[in-house]
Design a protein around this ligand. Structure first.
Ligand SMILES: Cc1ncc(COP(=O)(O)O)c(C=O)c1O
Length: 419
């Protein structure tokens, strides 16, 4: 059999498998990294944690009233060791860390930062974007007028030489980073790479690491990476104000009703506090008290995260084993093997991601649009697909993965035959 007829046979078989899958008329969705209802139920106790006349913090603050801009101290103390941020450098806010990112970036654009009184918005302002990355980081920054510069990553994190080269431009104000179980690759930055970024020369006096530790506590396996103390690394390197640390309980308790956190160097905390004080009289302290009572202590958070892992690790494993059994050893695609977070990244043959997403949609499997993992929605190699396994049931996820591999095979053999 010639090479071409072998490929034709593979294509015919892939087309039959695809048609068979599509004819089942399924409706599956592995687009957004949302927790499932089963996960949300794990924090049901939160809703009863504060009631009636029982509204004071241990230090006697009435959580119903205005005030307490930095968030209740006991919850900041509880999360301080988990996020590796000293309590007095950690703010607890409202329900979305994304809003804190928008606010702090807006303050910098309008007013400058703790390290420079020159507003970023006074000239061109650019951000480094390790790719593939989180689509909302990119759309937020684009909407605020940043130019987005992609930089490559390997399995230890962003490539520092490339970041350093681009940061020689004074208008490069910072860099997005999801240090643990990154969205969408699931990769965690190494301590060595973090130290290099902490010390990296940059032309802007207030070059900032937008350290979005959204998944720092979201381990899937008993053996896991540890949160990196980026504040100390930056302080030791002489850049104490470089990291802006973001985190939230969105994927710990209730995605729409959690608590967000902001950690930074002492001057930056003062700067953020001063700016926040002009747009808010204080966060939702009742919800913060609910979280404090629900967890009790840091060990309570860790125990709670193990319950999440019990629910979602089988879903990740269902996707990974389907990819392995159907695509393993075929050279058609590679995929990440995350030990935490919410996503798996599938890297397909160049030029096929949009075709696969379209085929999948037509067969009843909704995937994140191709390109969403890159600035401006443009994946130059058109080969990155983000898989979010948490929301559907384990059975649905397995079916979705089977549909996806049928699409990968079909699009790949079409491409190979087209030469
Ligand atoms: C990397 C990353 N950061 C932030 C968020 C959103 O966080 P929050 O709900 O705290 O706004 C997400 C949600 O998917 C995320 O993946």
């Amino acid at each position: 059999m010639s090479h071409t007829s072998e490929l034709q046979a593979e294509l015919d078989s892939a087309a039959r498998a695809y048609e068979e899958f599509a004819s089942r008329g399924l409706k599956l969705d592995i687009t957004r990294g949302k927790p499932s209802s089963e996960q949300l139920d794990l924090a049901a106790g939160l809703l009863d944690a504060v009631s009636g006349d029982d509204v004071k913090t241990p230090s006697g603050i009435d959580t119903r009233n205005y005030g307490g801009l930095e968030g209740i101290v006991e919850l900041r103390e509880l999360f301080s060791p988990l996020l590796k941020v000293p309590t007095d450098q950690l703010l607890a806010g409202g329900n979305a860390s994304l809003s804190l990112m928008a606010q702090t970036l807006t303050f910098a654009i309008l007013h400058g930062t703790a390290n420079s009184s020159r507003p970023w918005g006074q000239g061109p302002h650019k951000l480094l974007c390790p790719v593939p990355g989180y689509d909302r980081h990119f759309t937020l920054a684009e909407s605020l007028g940043f130019e987005l510069l992609s930089i490559p990553m390997d399995d230890e994190g962003p490539i520092v030489a490339e970041a350093q080269r681009l940061a020689e431009d004074e208008s490069v104000k910072g860099m997005w980073l999801v240090p643990m179980y990154s969205n969408p690759t699931g990769i965690s930055i190494s301590a060595k790479r973090a130290a290099e970024l902490a010390a990296m020369p940059a032309a802007a006096p207030d070059f900032t690491l937008l350290w979005d530790n959204a998944y720092g506590l979201h381990h899937l396996r008993p053996e896991h990476a540890e949160v990196i103390d980026i504040l100390s690394l930056c302080a030791e390197a002489g850049n104490p104000e470089r990291p802006w640390i973001f985190a939230s309980t969105s994927k710990i308790t209730h995605a729409g009703a959690g608590v967000s956190f902001f950690g930074a160097g002492p001057d930056t905390i003062g700067w953020v506090r001063a700016n926040l004080g002009k747009i808010s009289i204080g966060p939702d302290k009742i919800n913060q008290l609910r979280h404090l009572r629900f967890f009790g202590d840091a060990a309570g958070v860790e125990a709670h995260m193990r319950k999440h892992a019990e629910v979602i690790a089988p879903k990740f494993d269902a996707v990974l084993s389907t990819l392995e059994s159907e695509l393993g050893g075929r050279d058609l695609a590679q995929w990440t093997h995350p030990d935490g977070g919410y996503f798996i990244t599938l890297t397909t043959m160049e030029g096929t991601a949009d075709r696969i997403v379209k085929l999948a949609a037509e067969a009843g499997v909704k995937l994140t649009p191709a390109g969403a993992t890159h600035p401006y929605g443009l994946d130059p190699l058109n080969n990155v697909i983000r898989i979010a396994p948490t929301m559907p049931t384990a059975d649905e996820v397995e079916l979705a993965a089977q549909g996806l591999v049928a699409c990968v095979k079909l699009a790949s053999y079409e491409k190979l035959l087209a030469g």
